[in-house]
Design a protein around this ligand. Structure first.
Ligand code: GCU
Length: 127
């Protein structure tokens, strides 16, 4: 979709690592969340005015189970998202949520809520 890309590898990563071993990512890599509760990626985005946006996550999940994550905006839980299985670690798919942003800088964080950790995340696109 049209919008502004924010690469996961440029975000603030807690308990995850930047990898490039599964093709199809954009930018220079993707984030492989550690397989544990609490691993997270936090993006900093800026809005000119209070607004509602679509946040499009580009991810893969070649496991057989959902990889659920909590989404917070400036520390406030906004959504719980089940990132469902994909057809391999190179089958990048998108999942969109609606988020309210205040004017100025917002921190959008996606935190794994199970011991499997998060999916592999390439980027978010803010539309
Ligand atoms: C594999 C895969 C990783 C992935 C991991 C996982 O190791 O190569 O890219 O992150 O599984 O299950 O999270």
């Amino acid at each position: 979709p049209q919008g502004v890309d924010f690469q996961a590898e440029n975000a603030t990563i807690r308990n995850g690592r930047i990898e490039s071993n599964h093709a199809g990512f954009t930018g220079s890599g993707f984030v492989d969340y550690d397989n544990e509760v609490g691993s997270s990626v936090e993006w900093t985005v800026t809005a000119l005015a209070t607004t509602s946006v679509n946040v499009v996550f580009r991810y893969t999940n070649a496991s057989s189970e959902n990889r659920p994550m909590d989404i917070t905006v400036n520390g406030i839980k906004t959504a719980s998202v089940n990132f469902p299985p994909t057809n391999g670690w190179e089958d990048w798919r998108t999942l969109t949520i609606r988020v309210n942003l205040l004017a100025g800088t917002s921190k959008i964080r996606a935190t794994a809520t199970t011991s499997n950790g998060g999916p592999n995340v390439d980027k978010i696109t803010v539309v």
